[in-house]
Design a protein around this ligand. Sequence first.
Ligand code: BEZ
Length: 230
Amino acid sequence: MGDSQAAEDFWLFGYGSLIWKPPPHFDERVPGYIDGYVRRFWQDHRGTPEAPGRVATLIDRAHWETLTDHHDAPGERVWGAAYHIPSSHAAEMREYLDIREINGYSIQYTPFHPAPTASNPKPNPIRCMVYIGLPENPQFTGPQDPQALAEHILRSKGPSGENKEYLYMLETALLGLSDESGDDHITDLVRRCREIEARAVESATAESDERIGSKLHRVGSTEEQEEVEK
Ligand code: BEZ
């Protein structure tokens, strides 16, 4: 890429951690959506090589339609936040994004639709850079069984933290963007993870109750035995 291109300002679409963890240099953040893509938790990314965790990626809708997904067809819009990167930091930010997303995304440009506001009920679309997952990207996993995926997320943690925190933060961040920005795929994964966690707590509590019960029983039996022997 030539220096002149690298120095041009640009807009970047955040649909994963970028929604709540902005890039280091931006001068405007705008909530809104893009069309023609599907957000899925189908990218191997975080954690250690042994427990690599999953993060969100975008799949071109035409590509997604060729896949067998366990989740229903989502709505047309993928909600997120667009960041304006000024020309003063464009080159640095392109380098930062290359490093940050080294795990294999491809870049496309697409119109971003800012959420209407009272002062601007019909905002113009903005040309935006998006990172998407293609089958040839080594970290793109393709369709996953949602229950197995939820279990994988709960097992995964690494230098960037627990994988489940990324998932929970993503759901919260999405719900904060607008009244219609929830994502059924993400919400279903959150529900599955929370259910597995609640079951694990229940079974740990039952096990501990059982251990206390059997200890009390042993103490009780010894005391009874001593009474008999007196
Ligand atoms: C994100 O929104 O977190 C994201 C940004 C760039 C590439 C992939 C994901």
